[in-house]
Design a protein around this ligand. Structure first.
Ligand code: MN
Length: 244
């Protein structure tokens, strides 16, 4: 079986000093690339583009979509004005990621979504976000850890009948946590499959026919030394391979 092509949604990074200060570069964090390769896939960076026809064309050559992390979503995308606690936003990337998600769903491509990607999927499905943890009165756990990226810090309880639980063979996992926004209202066609001990939603799964697995934590960082994080990538990549 040939290896599936996994499109990884890209971002921009801006040089902050040197000859090319202010210069924009297309990139993704290397952990996404490593995780896809180790799981048996071929990663392809899908560079940010504001041209809808280019986005459609590049995705049409892929076997799956991996939505990466990054900026806060612009709150107007889910009908809220920006509050004091909002972080850095990039509305043009919201448009890009929304288009990637809708196109992948139209094409029937398996989707794995991480952190910002998990929030993107929720908003595309009509859900909303807490713009910052402070606006969720039930949230008491430190979700914005300042440890090594791969270090697991808080417990996640997983629904036993979920694909997530079946993949890792457990109903509990200690994960890393690098987010200050969380899911508020859950979008249509999605179900909650995991929560932190304070009730914070840590995973969503699509209820439709398409493979749609969304994680608020960062399995791509954990997969450097965590077998269960590796299994999440393997399940996604193998599904993409079968769908080729
Ligand atoms: Mn968390």
């Amino acid at each position: 079986m040939s290896k599936p092509l996994i499109g990884v949604s890209g971002s921009h990074i801006v040089d902050d000093h040197g000859t090319f200060a202010g210069y924009h570069r297309s990139y993704v964090n290397d952990d996404y690339i490593r995780s896809v390769i180790e799981a048996g896939g071929v990663p392809v960076i899908l560079p940010f583009s504001s041209q809808d026809s280019v986005v459609w064309e590049m995705l049409s050559h892929m076997d799956g979509l991996l939505l990466s992390g990054g900026h806060d979503l612009y709150p107007l995308t889910y009908g809220e004005e920006p509050l004091q606690g909002i972080g850095a936003v990039w509305p043009e990337r919201d448009h890009f990621d929304f288009l990637l998600t809708r196109t992948a769903e139209k094409l029937g491509l398996p989707i794995m979504a991480i952190c910002r990607g998990h929030q993107v999927v929720n908003v595309v499905h009509g859900g909303s976000l807490y713009q910052d943890l402070r606006y969720d009165k039930n949230c008491y756990i430190k979700h914005s850890q300042n440890q090594d990226p791969a270090t697991a810090t808080h417990t996640v309880d997983i629904e036993k009948d979920s694909r997530f639980a079946k993949i890792i063979g457990a109903t509990s996992l200690v994960t890393n946590s690098h987010h200050h926004q969380t899911i508020k209202a859950v979008g249509k066609g999605l179900k909650v499959t995991a929560r932190a001990k304070d009730g914070t939603i840590e995973a969503l799964e699509g209820t439709g026919r398409n493979y749609l697995q969304c994680y608020q934590f960062h399995p791509e960082m954990m997969s450097i030394n965590n077998k269960q994080a590796q299994l999440l990538f393997r399940d996604f990549v193998q599904t993409c391979a079968r769908k080729r």
